[in-house]
Design a protein around this ligand. Structure first.
Ligand code: ATP
Ligand code: MG
Length: 151
């Protein structure tokens, strides 16, 4: 789909409303394409009240003010998967919150199979982005199934 800022915000908010604990959203796309922008919209959908700040330097930021915790990763600076293990990423991935990972392609091996992958690319116009991701109803089903499998 081709989304402008408003469309991207709506998409993110909807994801934030429908995804549940243990969901992992992997965001893939070039520098400045809108990964943090989308994460901020997801946070809004979760009911997070604080502003979402890019975790570029901290790698992870946690937000607790929403319906469930939001764990926001930016793994741009991670060079080997061992660093992810050192951060205790599994505790987040299998915890009670929603995890969003910017630059997720860098740590693909560390991501669980139920990860929801969203790819963002630049569109023709300055304000357009091409977004490739699962349909939202499919997301919801997959999420519910993953939760059931985990018991
Ligand atoms: N359709 C759109 N969707 C998302 N962002 C858009 C769109 N059109 C313009 N923008 C702008 O693009 C910028 C995206 O910046 P953002 O920090 O979210 O990118 P990023 O992918 O997180 O970058 P980085 O790789 O540095 O983490 C914002 O300034 C936003 O306003
Ligand atoms: Mg970013």
């Amino acid at each position: 789909m081709v989304l402008d800022e408003q469309g991207m915000q709506d998409y993110g908010r909807r994801l934030g409303r429908l995804l549940g604990p243990g969901s992992i959203l992997a965001l893939i796309g070039d520098l400045g394409v809108g990964k943090t922008f989308l994460t901020a919209a997801v946070a809004e959908g979760l009911g997070v009240t604080e502003p979402v700040i890019s975790p570029t330097f901290t790698i992870i930021r946690e937000y607790e003010s929403g319906r469930i915790p939001l764990y926001h990763f930016d793994v741009y600076r991670i060079d080997d998967p061992g660093e992810m293990d050192a951060l205790g990423c599994d505790e987040y991935f299998y915890g009670g919150g929603l995890t969003v990972v910017e630059w997720a392609d860098k740590i693909a091996e560390s991501l669980p199979p139920q990860t929801i992958v969203v790819e963002i690319g630049y569109g023709e116009k300055e304000t357009e982005r091409i977004v490739r991701g699962p349909r939202l109803d499919a997301c919801k089903e997959r999420d519910a199934r993953a939760r059931k499998d985990r018991g």
